[in-house]
Design a protein around this ligand. Sequence first.
Ligand SMILES: CCCCCCCC/C=C\CCCCCCCCCCCCCC(=O)NCCO
Length: 580
Amino acid sequence: MTTLTIWDWEVEKYPLQVGVGVIIGGWTFVKLVNYFLQRSKLKSARVRKRAECKQAKQVLEDQIKQRNISKEVVEEITNLSLSELQSKLKDGTLDVLDVLHAYQAKALECDEKTNCIIEPFKEAEEWAASVKENVSKDSPLFGVPVSLKENYGVEGYDSVYGMSVLIGKPSHEDSVIGQVLRSQGAIPYVRTNVPQTMISWDCSNPVFGATKNPHDTTRTPGGSSGGECALLAGQGSILGFGSDIGGSLRIPSNMCGTYGFKPTVGRLSAKGTHGCTKGQQIVRAAYGPLARDVDGLVTAMKALLVPLMFKLDPTVNPLPFRTEVFEDNRKLKIGWYDNDGWFTPPPCMQRGVAIAKAKLEAMGHTLVPWKPPNATLGAELYVRAMFSDKCETINEMLRYDTLDVCFMIQYTMANIYWPLRRFLVFILHYLMPSLSTGLKAIAGCDSAYDFWNLAVAAEDYRKMVIEDWQSHDLDAVISPGFGCPAIPLKTPALATSAVSYTTIFNVLNFPAGSLPVTKVNAADTANMKDYPTIDLAHKTVKKGMVGAEGLPVNVQCITLPWHEEQCLRVMKDLETALKA
Ligand SMILES: CCCCCCCC/C=C\CCCCCCCCCCCCCC(=O)NCCO
Protein backbone atom coordinates (compact mmCIF):
# COMPACT_ATOMS: atom_id res chain seq x y z
CA MET A 1 0.00 0.00 0.00
CA THR A 2 2.78 2.38 1.03
CA THR A 3 4.79 1.39 -2.05
CA LEU A 4 1.84 2.06 -4.27
CA THR A 5 1.39 5.50 -2.75
CA ILE A 6 5.06 6.30 -3.28
CA TRP A 7 4.88 4.86 -6.76
CA ASP A 8 1.80 6.97 -7.64
CA TRP A 9 3.42 9.98 -6.13
CA GLU A 10 6.64 9.49 -8.09
CA VAL A 11 4.90 8.79 -11.35
CA GLU A 12 2.84 11.87 -10.98
CA LYS A 13 5.73 14.00 -9.88
CA TYR A 14 8.42 12.68 -12.25
CA PRO A 15 6.64 10.89 -15.09
CA LEU A 16 9.52 11.22 -17.55
CA GLN A 17 12.25 10.11 -15.15
CA VAL A 18 10.21 7.11 -13.98
CA GLY A 19 9.43 6.15 -17.58
CA VAL A 20 13.09 6.32 -18.60
CA GLY A 21 14.06 4.44 -15.43
CA VAL A 22 11.58 1.67 -16.18
CA ILE A 23 12.81 1.36 -19.79
CA ILE A 24 16.49 1.31 -18.82
CA GLY A 25 15.86 -1.06 -15.91
CA GLY A 26 13.76 -3.35 -18.10
CA TRP A 27 16.32 -3.30 -20.91
CA THR A 28 19.16 -4.05 -18.48
CA PHE A 29 17.13 -6.86 -16.93
CA VAL A 30 16.36 -8.42 -20.33
CA LYS A 31 20.02 -8.08 -21.38
CA LEU A 32 21.24 -9.64 -18.15
CA VAL A 33 18.81 -12.53 -18.37
CA ASN A 34 19.79 -13.06 -22.01
CA TYR A 35 23.49 -12.91 -21.11
CA PHE A 36 23.19 -15.55 -18.40
CA LEU A 37 20.91 -17.70 -20.57
CA GLN A 38 23.39 -17.61 -23.46
CA ARG A 39 26.30 -18.35 -21.15
CA SER A 40 24.54 -21.29 -19.61
CA LYS A 41 23.57 -22.54 -23.10
CA LEU A 42 27.24 -22.45 -24.10
CA LYS A 43 28.28 -24.11 -20.87
CA SER A 44 25.84 -26.97 -21.53
CA ALA A 45 27.16 -27.24 -25.09
CA ARG A 46 30.73 -27.52 -23.73
CA VAL A 47 29.74 -30.17 -21.20
CA ARG A 48 27.89 -32.11 -23.89
CA LYS A 49 30.75 -31.84 -26.38
CA ARG A 50 33.35 -32.94 -23.83
CA ALA A 51 31.19 -35.92 -22.87
CA GLU A 52 30.72 -36.91 -26.53
CA CYS A 53 34.45 -36.79 -27.21
CA LYS A 54 35.24 -38.67 -24.00
CA GLN A 55 32.72 -41.30 -24.99
CA ALA A 56 34.26 -41.64 -28.46
CA LYS A 57 37.68 -42.18 -26.85
CA GLN A 58 36.16 -44.74 -24.46
CA VAL A 59 34.60 -46.67 -27.34
CA LEU A 60 37.97 -46.78 -29.08
CA GLU A 61 39.70 -47.85 -25.88
CA ASP A 62 37.23 -50.73 -25.47
CA GLN A 63 37.82 -51.79 -29.08
CA ILE A 64 41.57 -51.71 -28.52
CA LYS A 65 41.19 -53.94 -25.44
CA GLN A 66 39.12 -56.42 -27.45
CA ARG A 67 41.70 -56.49 -30.24
CA ASN A 68 44.26 -57.62 -27.72
CA ILE A 69 47.16 -56.09 -29.62
CA SER A 70 50.35 -56.42 -27.59
CA LYS A 71 52.31 -53.44 -26.31
CA GLU A 72 55.42 -54.75 -28.08
CA VAL A 73 53.66 -54.76 -31.46
CA VAL A 74 52.36 -51.23 -30.87
CA GLU A 75 55.88 -50.04 -30.04
CA GLU A 76 57.41 -51.93 -32.97
CA ILE A 77 55.00 -50.34 -35.47
CA THR A 78 54.96 -46.82 -34.05
CA ASN A 79 58.76 -46.72 -33.78
CA LEU A 80 59.18 -47.27 -37.54
CA SER A 81 60.14 -44.22 -39.61
CA LEU A 82 57.67 -43.17 -42.26
CA SER A 83 59.77 -44.64 -45.07
CA GLU A 84 60.14 -47.96 -43.20
CA LEU A 85 56.40 -48.03 -42.54
CA GLN A 86 55.62 -47.26 -46.18
CA SER A 87 57.77 -50.08 -47.48
CA LYS A 88 56.34 -52.61 -45.00
CA LEU A 89 52.80 -51.61 -45.99
CA LYS A 90 53.68 -51.84 -49.64
CA ASP A 91 55.32 -55.26 -49.51
CA GLY A 92 52.56 -56.57 -47.27
CA THR A 93 54.78 -57.25 -44.21
CA LEU A 94 52.35 -55.03 -42.33
CA ASP A 95 48.59 -54.87 -42.74
CA VAL A 96 46.78 -51.53 -43.07
CA LEU A 97 44.40 -52.37 -40.21
CA ASP A 98 47.18 -53.51 -37.87
CA VAL A 99 49.02 -50.25 -38.45
CA LEU A 100 45.87 -48.23 -37.82
CA HIS A 101 45.18 -50.16 -34.61
CA ALA A 102 48.73 -49.63 -33.37
CA TYR A 103 48.49 -45.89 -33.96
CA GLN A 104 45.06 -45.67 -32.36
CA ALA A 105 46.42 -47.41 -29.25
CA LYS A 106 49.53 -45.25 -29.11
CA ALA A 107 47.52 -42.07 -29.66
CA LEU A 108 45.27 -42.83 -26.70
CA GLU A 109 48.36 -43.48 -24.58
CA CYS A 110 49.77 -40.06 -25.58
CA ASP A 111 46.43 -38.45 -24.89
CA GLU A 112 46.43 -39.86 -21.38
CA LYS A 113 49.70 -38.06 -20.71
CA THR A 114 49.24 -34.81 -22.62
CA ASN A 115 45.54 -34.34 -23.52
CA CYS A 116 46.52 -33.86 -27.16
CA ILE A 117 43.53 -35.49 -28.86
CA ILE A 118 40.06 -34.07 -29.20
CA GLU A 119 38.47 -37.19 -30.60
CA PRO A 120 39.17 -40.21 -32.77
CA PHE A 121 37.46 -40.53 -36.16
CA LYS A 122 34.73 -43.17 -35.79
CA GLU A 123 35.02 -43.97 -39.49
CA ALA A 124 38.78 -44.72 -39.42
CA GLU A 125 38.28 -48.51 -39.77
CA GLU A 126 35.87 -48.01 -42.64
CA TRP A 127 38.30 -45.64 -44.38
CA ALA A 128 41.13 -48.15 -43.87
CA ALA A 129 39.04 -50.92 -45.42
CA SER A 130 38.25 -48.67 -48.36
CA VAL A 131 41.96 -47.87 -48.85
CA LYS A 132 42.79 -51.59 -48.88
CA GLU A 133 40.04 -52.13 -51.42
CA ASN A 134 40.39 -49.14 -53.70
CA VAL A 135 43.83 -47.54 -53.43
CA SER A 136 46.94 -48.84 -55.17
CA LYS A 137 49.74 -50.06 -52.92
CA ASP A 138 52.00 -47.76 -54.95
CA SER A 139 50.16 -44.67 -53.74
CA PRO A 140 52.53 -42.50 -51.68
CA LEU A 141 50.54 -42.72 -48.45
CA PHE A 142 49.05 -46.19 -48.83
CA GLY A 143 47.81 -47.23 -45.37
CA VAL A 144 49.58 -44.41 -43.51
CA PRO A 145 47.56 -43.16 -40.52
CA VAL A 146 47.46 -39.34 -40.37
CA SER A 147 46.36 -36.96 -37.62
CA LEU A 148 44.56 -33.69 -38.38
CA LYS A 149 44.47 -30.42 -36.47
CA GLU A 150 40.91 -29.67 -35.38
CA ASN A 151 40.46 -26.80 -37.85
CA TYR A 152 40.62 -29.16 -40.84
CA GLY A 153 37.01 -29.60 -41.91
CA VAL A 154 35.79 -33.20 -41.85
CA GLU A 155 32.23 -33.97 -42.89
CA GLY A 156 30.04 -34.43 -39.83
CA TYR A 157 32.61 -33.09 -37.33
CA ASP A 158 32.62 -29.64 -35.66
CA SER A 159 35.68 -27.43 -35.91
CA VAL A 160 35.42 -25.55 -32.64
CA TYR A 161 38.95 -24.22 -31.91
CA GLY A 162 37.98 -23.56 -28.34
CA MET A 163 35.00 -21.31 -29.18
CA SER A 164 31.86 -22.76 -27.58
CA VAL A 165 29.63 -20.97 -30.09
CA LEU A 166 30.95 -23.28 -32.82
CA ILE A 167 29.85 -26.46 -31.06
CA GLY A 168 27.19 -28.39 -32.96
CA LYS A 169 27.99 -26.83 -36.35
CA PRO A 170 29.60 -29.67 -38.27
CA SER A 171 31.43 -29.26 -41.57
CA HIS A 172 29.50 -30.35 -44.63
CA GLU A 173 32.55 -31.55 -46.52
CA ASP A 174 36.14 -32.59 -46.02
CA SER A 175 38.97 -30.12 -46.53
CA VAL A 176 40.73 -30.43 -49.89
CA ILE A 177 43.94 -31.53 -48.12
CA GLY A 178 41.91 -34.23 -46.34
CA GLN A 179 40.38 -35.39 -49.62
CA VAL A 180 43.75 -35.58 -51.39
CA LEU A 181 45.34 -37.39 -48.44
CA ARG A 182 42.64 -40.04 -48.53
CA SER A 183 42.91 -40.41 -52.30
CA GLN A 184 46.63 -41.09 -51.76
CA GLY A 185 45.89 -43.87 -49.29
CA ALA A 186 46.20 -42.01 -45.97
CA ILE A 187 43.84 -42.80 -43.11
CA PRO A 188 42.84 -39.92 -40.83
CA TYR A 189 42.33 -41.43 -37.35
CA VAL A 190 42.39 -38.58 -34.78
CA ARG A 191 41.90 -34.82 -34.58
CA THR A 192 44.05 -32.78 -32.27
CA ASN A 193 43.72 -29.93 -29.79
CA VAL A 194 44.38 -26.21 -30.35
CA PRO A 195 44.27 -22.99 -28.28
CA GLN A 196 41.10 -20.89 -28.15
CA THR A 197 40.91 -18.75 -31.37
CA MET A 198 44.21 -20.32 -32.57
CA ILE A 199 45.81 -16.88 -32.17
CA SER A 200 48.02 -18.03 -29.34
CA TRP A 201 51.18 -20.04 -29.00
CA ASP A 202 49.89 -21.97 -25.98
CA CYS A 203 47.41 -24.83 -26.44
CA SER A 204 44.44 -24.60 -24.10
CA ASN A 205 40.75 -23.84 -24.40
CA PRO A 206 37.65 -24.03 -22.20
CA VAL A 207 36.11 -26.85 -24.22
CA PHE A 208 38.86 -29.46 -24.22
CA GLY A 209 41.35 -28.11 -21.68
CA ALA A 210 45.12 -27.72 -21.95
CA THR A 211 47.49 -29.88 -23.97
CA LYS A 212 50.82 -30.50 -22.25
CA ASN A 213 54.34 -30.93 -23.53
CA PRO A 214 55.37 -34.62 -23.60
CA HIS A 215 58.96 -33.69 -22.63
CA ASP A 216 57.74 -31.96 -19.46
CA THR A 217 54.04 -31.95 -18.72
CA THR A 218 54.27 -28.73 -16.70
CA ARG A 219 55.15 -26.91 -19.92
CA THR A 220 53.35 -25.82 -23.06
CA PRO A 221 53.62 -27.92 -26.22
CA GLY A 222 53.39 -24.64 -28.15
CA GLY A 223 50.56 -23.64 -30.43
CA SER A 224 48.46 -23.48 -32.20
CA SER A 225 49.13 -26.95 -33.70
CA GLY A 226 50.16 -28.05 -30.17
CA GLY A 227 48.01 -31.20 -30.06
CA GLU A 228 49.60 -32.38 -33.31
CA CYS A 229 53.18 -31.89 -32.12
CA ALA A 230 52.57 -33.38 -28.67
CA LEU A 231 51.14 -36.44 -30.44
CA LEU A 232 54.02 -36.70 -32.92
CA ALA A 233 56.64 -36.29 -30.19
CA GLY A 234 54.97 -39.06 -28.20
CA GLN A 235 55.10 -41.37 -31.31
CA GLY A 236 51.30 -41.34 -31.44
CA SER A 237 51.37 -40.02 -35.02
CA ILE A 238 53.73 -40.46 -37.93
CA LEU A 239 52.35 -37.63 -40.05
CA GLY A 240 50.15 -34.72 -39.06
CA PHE A 241 48.67 -31.64 -40.67
CA GLY A 242 48.29 -28.17 -39.22
CA SER A 243 48.04 -24.50 -40.07
CA ASP A 244 50.22 -21.46 -39.56
CA ILE A 245 49.35 -17.76 -39.55
CA GLY A 246 52.00 -16.77 -37.02
CA GLY A 247 54.07 -19.88 -36.48
CA SER A 248 51.55 -22.55 -35.56
CA LEU A 249 53.37 -25.25 -37.53
CA ARG A 250 56.81 -24.11 -36.36
CA ILE A 251 56.31 -23.00 -32.74
CA PRO A 252 55.00 -26.35 -31.43
CA SER A 253 57.63 -28.13 -33.54
CA ASN A 254 60.24 -26.12 -31.64
CA MET A 255 58.62 -26.88 -28.27
CA CYS A 256 58.19 -30.61 -28.93
CA GLY A 257 61.29 -31.32 -31.05
CA THR A 258 59.31 -32.29 -34.15
CA TYR A 259 59.45 -31.19 -37.80
CA GLY A 260 57.07 -28.66 -39.32
CA PHE A 261 56.81 -26.98 -42.68
CA LYS A 262 54.91 -23.83 -43.63
CA PRO A 263 54.69 -23.39 -47.40
CA THR A 264 53.96 -20.15 -49.23
CA VAL A 265 50.24 -19.32 -48.88
CA GLY A 266 48.54 -20.82 -51.93
CA ARG A 267 50.94 -23.69 -52.48
CA LEU A 268 48.65 -26.04 -50.53
CA SER A 269 44.90 -25.66 -50.45
CA ALA A 270 43.10 -23.89 -47.60
CA LYS A 271 39.69 -24.93 -48.92
CA GLY A 272 37.51 -26.57 -46.30
CA THR A 273 39.62 -25.44 -43.35
CA HIS A 274 38.43 -23.14 -40.57
CA GLY A 275 39.67 -20.21 -38.54
CA CYS A 276 38.58 -16.85 -37.20
CA THR A 277 40.85 -14.68 -39.36
CA LYS A 278 39.48 -15.64 -42.78
CA GLY A 279 38.47 -12.08 -43.64
CA GLN A 280 41.92 -10.74 -42.88
CA GLN A 281 43.76 -10.94 -46.19
CA ILE A 282 47.07 -9.19 -45.46
CA VAL A 283 48.63 -12.09 -43.55
CA ARG A 284 46.91 -15.34 -44.49
CA ALA A 285 47.08 -18.80 -42.95
CA ALA A 286 49.23 -21.43 -44.62
CA TYR A 287 48.53 -25.15 -44.30
CA GLY A 288 51.24 -27.75 -44.08
CA PRO A 289 52.66 -31.01 -42.72
CA LEU A 290 54.18 -31.98 -39.38
CA ALA A 291 56.39 -35.02 -39.13
CA ARG A 292 59.10 -36.94 -37.29
CA ASP A 293 61.76 -36.28 -39.94
CA VAL A 294 62.36 -34.21 -43.10
CA ASP A 295 61.43 -37.17 -45.31
CA GLY A 296 57.99 -37.11 -43.70
CA LEU A 297 57.53 -33.48 -44.72
CA VAL A 298 58.77 -34.17 -48.25
CA THR A 299 56.53 -37.24 -48.63
CA ALA A 300 53.54 -35.17 -47.55
CA MET A 301 54.31 -32.31 -49.94
CA LYS A 302 54.82 -34.72 -52.86
CA ALA A 303 51.57 -36.53 -52.04
CA LEU A 304 49.60 -33.28 -51.94
CA LEU A 305 51.04 -31.40 -54.92
CA VAL A 306 49.11 -33.47 -57.45
CA PRO A 307 46.52 -32.79 -60.16
CA LEU A 308 43.64 -33.75 -57.82
CA MET A 309 44.47 -30.87 -55.46
CA PHE A 310 44.79 -28.43 -58.37
CA LYS A 311 41.39 -29.63 -59.62
CA LEU A 312 39.60 -29.55 -56.27
CA ASP A 313 41.00 -26.09 -55.56
CA PRO A 314 41.89 -24.16 -58.71
CA THR A 315 43.01 -21.18 -56.59
CA VAL A 316 46.27 -22.92 -55.59
CA ASN A 317 49.44 -22.57 -57.63
CA PRO A 318 49.41 -25.69 -59.88
CA LEU A 319 53.10 -26.34 -59.33
CA PRO A 320 53.99 -30.02 -58.78
CA PHE A 321 56.81 -30.97 -56.37
CA ARG A 322 60.11 -30.22 -58.11
CA THR A 323 62.23 -33.20 -57.10
CA GLU A 324 65.17 -31.89 -59.15
CA VAL A 325 65.36 -28.79 -56.92
CA PHE A 326 65.06 -30.85 -53.74
CA GLU A 327 67.77 -33.24 -54.92
CA ASP A 328 70.10 -30.59 -56.34
CA ASN A 329 73.50 -30.65 -54.63
CA ARG A 330 74.80 -27.24 -55.68
CA LYS A 331 76.50 -25.49 -52.77
CA LEU A 332 74.35 -22.67 -51.41
CA LYS A 333 74.81 -19.24 -49.90
CA ILE A 334 72.85 -19.19 -46.68
CA GLY A 335 72.20 -16.21 -44.40
CA TRP A 336 72.02 -16.71 -40.64
CA TYR A 337 70.92 -14.72 -37.59
CA ASP A 338 70.45 -15.50 -33.93
CA ASN A 339 68.91 -12.23 -32.76
CA ASP A 340 66.32 -10.31 -34.76
CA GLY A 341 66.84 -7.09 -32.81
CA TRP A 342 63.28 -7.14 -31.46
CA PHE A 343 63.39 -9.99 -28.93
CA THR A 344 66.57 -11.52 -27.48
CA PRO A 345 66.35 -15.33 -27.50
CA PRO A 346 68.01 -17.25 -24.63
CA PRO A 347 71.51 -18.73 -25.24
CA CYS A 348 70.18 -22.21 -26.12
CA MET A 349 68.35 -20.80 -29.16
CA GLN A 350 71.47 -18.94 -30.29
CA ARG A 351 73.56 -22.09 -29.77
CA GLY A 352 71.05 -23.97 -31.96
CA VAL A 353 71.76 -21.57 -34.83
CA ALA A 354 75.53 -21.85 -34.24
CA ILE A 355 75.32 -25.66 -34.48
CA ALA A 356 73.26 -25.48 -37.68
CA LYS A 357 75.66 -22.93 -39.17
CA ALA A 358 78.72 -25.10 -38.41
CA LYS A 359 77.06 -28.22 -39.83
CA LEU A 360 76.01 -26.49 -43.04
CA GLU A 361 79.45 -24.96 -43.46
CA ALA A 362 81.02 -28.38 -43.01
CA MET A 363 78.84 -29.54 -45.92
CA GLY A 364 80.40 -26.88 -48.12
CA HIS A 365 77.70 -24.20 -47.97
CA THR A 366 78.66 -20.56 -47.44
CA LEU A 367 77.11 -18.97 -44.38
CA VAL A 368 76.90 -15.18 -44.08
CA PRO A 369 75.30 -13.00 -41.41
CA TRP A 370 71.94 -11.61 -42.51
CA LYS A 371 68.65 -10.81 -40.84
CA PRO A 372 65.35 -9.40 -42.05
CA PRO A 373 65.69 -5.62 -41.81
CA ASN A 374 63.52 -3.79 -39.30
CA ALA A 375 62.03 -6.68 -37.32
CA THR A 376 60.16 -4.11 -35.23
CA LEU A 377 58.22 -2.97 -38.27
CA GLY A 378 57.60 -6.62 -39.17
CA ALA A 379 56.15 -7.26 -35.68
CA GLU A 380 54.03 -4.11 -35.80
CA LEU A 381 52.60 -4.93 -39.24
CA TYR A 382 51.76 -8.44 -38.06
CA VAL A 383 49.82 -7.35 -35.00
CA ARG A 384 48.01 -4.56 -36.90
CA ALA A 385 46.94 -6.97 -39.63
CA MET A 386 45.82 -9.72 -37.26
CA PHE A 387 43.72 -7.28 -35.25
CA SER A 388 42.80 -4.95 -38.12
CA ASP A 389 39.08 -5.53 -37.45
CA LYS A 390 39.65 -4.27 -33.89
CA CYS A 391 39.11 -7.84 -32.72
CA GLU A 392 35.41 -7.57 -33.58
CA THR A 393 35.13 -10.95 -35.29
CA ILE A 394 36.51 -12.69 -32.22
CA ASN A 395 34.61 -10.46 -29.77
CA GLU A 396 31.39 -11.45 -31.48
CA MET A 397 32.24 -15.15 -31.26
CA LEU A 398 33.39 -14.95 -27.64
CA ARG A 399 30.59 -12.66 -26.45
CA TYR A 400 29.01 -15.20 -24.09
CA ASP A 401 31.96 -17.55 -23.85
CA THR A 402 34.49 -18.30 -21.17
CA LEU A 403 37.79 -16.70 -22.03
CA ASP A 404 40.83 -18.98 -21.89
CA VAL A 405 43.97 -17.75 -20.18
CA CYS A 406 45.93 -18.28 -23.43
CA PHE A 407 43.91 -15.56 -25.18
CA MET A 408 43.16 -13.29 -22.22
CA ILE A 409 46.04 -10.86 -22.73
CA GLN A 410 45.47 -10.45 -26.49
CA TYR A 411 41.75 -9.98 -25.81
CA THR A 412 42.28 -7.42 -23.06
CA MET A 413 44.90 -5.49 -25.02
CA ALA A 414 42.68 -5.41 -28.08
CA ASN A 415 39.66 -4.17 -26.14
CA ILE A 416 41.20 -1.41 -24.01
CA TYR A 417 39.20 1.80 -24.28
CA TRP A 418 41.04 4.14 -26.64
CA PRO A 419 41.89 7.06 -24.28
CA LEU A 420 43.46 4.60 -21.82
CA ARG A 421 45.27 2.89 -24.71
CA ARG A 422 46.73 6.21 -25.88
CA PHE A 423 47.86 7.02 -22.36
CA LEU A 424 49.46 3.58 -21.87
CA VAL A 425 51.14 3.66 -25.29
CA PHE A 426 52.68 7.01 -24.35
CA ILE A 427 53.86 5.96 -20.88
CA LEU A 428 55.08 2.49 -21.95
CA HIS A 429 57.04 3.98 -24.83
CA TYR A 430 59.60 5.07 -22.21
CA LEU A 431 59.29 2.06 -19.90
CA MET A 432 58.66 -0.99 -22.14
CA PRO A 433 58.91 0.03 -25.81
CA SER A 434 57.91 -3.38 -27.22
CA LEU A 435 54.73 -3.46 -25.14
CA SER A 436 53.95 0.08 -26.28
CA THR A 437 54.44 -0.94 -29.94
CA GLY A 438 52.21 -4.00 -29.48
CA LEU A 439 49.52 -2.06 -27.66
CA LYS A 440 49.41 0.58 -30.38
CA ALA A 441 49.37 -1.95 -33.21
CA ILE A 442 46.68 -4.15 -31.68
CA ALA A 443 44.24 -1.22 -31.93
CA GLY A 444 43.84 -2.26 -35.59
CA CYS A 445 42.41 -0.05 -38.34
CA ASP A 446 39.88 2.76 -38.02
CA SER A 447 38.59 2.63 -41.60
CA ALA A 448 38.87 0.84 -44.93
CA TYR A 449 41.25 3.63 -45.96
CA ASP A 450 43.43 2.77 -42.98
CA PHE A 451 43.28 -0.92 -43.90
CA TRP A 452 44.35 -0.20 -47.50
CA ASN A 453 47.32 1.77 -46.18
CA LEU A 454 48.24 -1.14 -43.96
CA ALA A 455 48.12 -3.48 -46.97
CA VAL A 456 50.43 -1.11 -48.88
CA ALA A 457 52.81 -0.88 -45.90
CA ALA A 458 52.97 -4.70 -45.70
CA GLU A 459 53.62 -4.90 -49.44
CA ASP A 460 56.39 -2.28 -49.17
CA TYR A 461 57.94 -4.21 -46.30
CA ARG A 462 57.95 -7.44 -48.36
CA LYS A 463 59.57 -5.59 -51.26
CA MET A 464 62.23 -4.08 -49.02
CA VAL A 465 63.15 -7.42 -47.41
CA ILE A 466 63.24 -9.26 -50.75
CA GLU A 467 65.51 -6.58 -52.23
CA ASP A 468 67.82 -6.84 -49.25
CA TRP A 469 67.83 -10.67 -49.46
CA GLN A 470 68.58 -10.53 -53.19
CA SER A 471 71.30 -7.91 -52.79
CA HIS A 472 73.09 -10.51 -50.62
CA ASP A 473 72.46 -13.18 -53.25
CA LEU A 474 71.05 -15.61 -50.68
CA ASP A 475 69.57 -19.02 -51.44
CA ALA A 476 68.20 -19.56 -47.93
CA VAL A 477 68.35 -18.27 -44.36
CA ILE A 478 68.55 -20.03 -40.98
CA SER A 479 67.27 -18.53 -37.73
CA PRO A 480 66.21 -19.60 -34.23
CA GLY A 481 63.23 -21.96 -34.33
CA PHE A 482 61.45 -19.53 -32.00
CA GLY A 483 62.23 -16.92 -29.34
CA CYS A 484 62.56 -19.59 -26.60
CA PRO A 485 62.10 -23.29 -25.84
CA ALA A 486 58.97 -24.57 -24.05
CA ILE A 487 58.03 -22.49 -21.01
CA PRO A 488 55.47 -23.36 -18.29
CA LEU A 489 51.80 -23.79 -19.17
CA LYS A 490 49.73 -20.59 -19.05
CA THR A 491 52.80 -18.33 -19.41
CA PRO A 492 53.15 -18.01 -23.23
CA ALA A 493 50.81 -15.00 -23.47
CA LEU A 494 53.18 -13.13 -21.15
CA ALA A 495 56.01 -13.72 -23.64
CA THR A 496 54.13 -12.81 -26.82
CA SER A 497 57.08 -10.80 -28.14
CA ALA A 498 58.96 -14.07 -28.72
CA VAL A 499 56.70 -14.79 -31.72
CA SER A 500 58.60 -12.29 -33.87
CA TYR A 501 60.87 -15.18 -35.01
CA THR A 502 57.98 -16.92 -36.73
CA THR A 503 55.40 -14.18 -37.48
CA ILE A 504 57.82 -12.29 -39.71
CA PHE A 505 57.75 -15.10 -42.27
CA ASN A 506 53.96 -14.94 -42.29
CA VAL A 507 54.07 -11.21 -43.00
CA LEU A 508 56.66 -11.90 -45.74
CA ASN A 509 54.86 -15.06 -46.91
CA PHE A 510 58.15 -16.97 -47.20
CA PRO A 511 58.24 -20.78 -46.88
CA ALA A 512 59.75 -21.75 -43.51
CA GLY A 513 60.46 -25.10 -41.91
CA SER A 514 61.45 -26.05 -38.40
CA LEU A 515 63.69 -28.94 -37.31
CA PRO A 516 65.33 -29.99 -34.05
CA VAL A 517 69.08 -29.42 -33.73
CA THR A 518 69.90 -29.79 -30.04
CA LYS A 519 68.54 -29.81 -26.50
CA VAL A 520 68.85 -27.25 -23.72
CA ASN A 521 71.90 -28.11 -21.59
CA ALA A 522 73.19 -27.04 -18.18
CA ALA A 523 75.55 -24.45 -19.70
CA ASP A 524 72.58 -22.85 -21.49
CA THR A 525 70.66 -22.42 -18.26
CA ALA A 526 73.77 -21.24 -16.40
CA ASN A 527 74.31 -18.63 -19.12
CA MET A 528 70.85 -17.21 -18.38
CA LYS A 529 72.34 -15.08 -15.62
CA ASP A 530 73.23 -12.40 -18.19
CA TYR A 531 69.90 -12.63 -20.00
CA PRO A 532 68.08 -9.26 -20.21
CA THR A 533 65.01 -8.62 -18.07
CA ILE A 534 63.99 -5.42 -19.85
CA ASP A 535 60.31 -6.31 -20.11
CA LEU A 536 57.67 -8.84 -19.10
CA ALA A 537 58.38 -11.11 -22.09
CA HIS A 538 62.10 -11.41 -21.31
CA LYS A 539 61.33 -11.84 -17.60
CA THR A 540 58.83 -14.62 -18.39
CA VAL A 541 61.35 -16.45 -20.59
CA LYS A 542 64.10 -16.07 -17.98
CA LYS A 543 61.85 -17.59 -15.33
CA GLY A 544 60.66 -20.27 -17.75
CA MET A 545 64.24 -21.36 -18.45
CA VAL A 546 64.66 -22.62 -14.90
CA GLY A 547 64.67 -26.42 -15.15
CA ALA A 548 64.57 -26.35 -18.97
CA GLU A 549 67.48 -28.78 -19.44
CA GLY A 550 66.67 -31.49 -21.94
CA LEU A 551 64.00 -29.54 -23.83
CA PRO A 552 64.22 -29.48 -27.64
CA VAL A 553 65.74 -26.58 -29.55
CA ASN A 554 64.85 -26.14 -33.22
CA VAL A 555 66.09 -23.89 -36.00
CA GLN A 556 64.13 -22.53 -38.93
CA CYS A 557 65.15 -22.75 -42.59
CA ILE A 558 63.63 -20.09 -44.83
CA THR A 559 63.57 -19.41 -48.59
CA LEU A 560 61.90 -16.95 -50.94
CA PRO A 561 58.23 -17.51 -51.92
CA TRP A 562 57.48 -20.66 -53.96
CA HIS A 563 60.94 -22.11 -53.23
CA GLU A 564 59.55 -24.86 -50.96
CA GLU A 565 61.74 -27.57 -52.47
CA GLN A 566 64.90 -25.55 -51.81
CA CYS A 567 63.81 -24.93 -48.23
CA LEU A 568 63.23 -28.65 -47.69
CA ARG A 569 66.58 -29.38 -49.31
CA VAL A 570 68.40 -27.17 -46.77
CA MET A 571 66.44 -28.88 -43.98
CA LYS A 572 67.43 -32.29 -45.35
CA ASP A 573 71.11 -31.28 -45.62
CA LEU A 574 71.05 -30.09 -42.03
CA GLU A 575 69.27 -33.20 -40.77
CA THR A 576 71.79 -35.42 -42.61
CA ALA A 577 74.72 -33.49 -41.17
CA LEU A 578 73.26 -33.64 -37.66
CA LYS A 579 72.71 -37.40 -37.87
CA ALA A 580 76.17 -38.12 -39.34
C1 LIG B 1 54.82 -10.07 -33.52
C2 LIG B 1 55.24 -9.48 -32.26
C3 LIG B 1 54.20 -9.41 -31.20
C4 LIG B 1 54.34 -8.17 -30.43
C5 LIG B 1 53.89 -8.31 -29.03
C6 LIG B 1 54.09 -7.09 -28.28
C7 LIG B 1 53.93 -7.22 -26.83
C8 LIG B 1 52.51 -7.48 -26.38
C9 LIG B 1 51.65 -6.31 -26.56
C10 LIG B 1 50.38 -6.35 -26.95
C11 LIG B 1 49.68 -7.59 -27.25
C12 LIG B 1 49.80 -7.87 -28.68
C13 LIG B 1 49.25 -9.21 -28.91
C14 LIG B 1 49.70 -9.69 -30.22
C15 LIG B 1 49.19 -11.03 -30.42
C16 LIG B 1 49.90 -11.75 -31.44
C17 LIG B 1 49.92 -13.19 -31.03
C18 LIG B 1 50.32 -14.02 -32.13
C19 LIG B 1 50.49 -15.46 -31.71
C20 LIG B 1 50.64 -16.26 -32.93
C21 LIG B 1 50.70 -17.73 -32.62
C22 LIG B 1 50.49 -18.57 -33.84
C23 LIG B 1 49.13 -18.39 -34.47
C24 LIG B 1 48.92 -19.31 -35.65
O1 LIG B 1 49.76 -19.51 -36.49
N1 LIG B 1 47.68 -19.83 -35.78
C25 LIG B 1 47.26 -20.69 -36.84
C26 LIG B 1 45.90 -20.41 -37.30
O2 LIG B 1 45.56 -21.18 -38.40
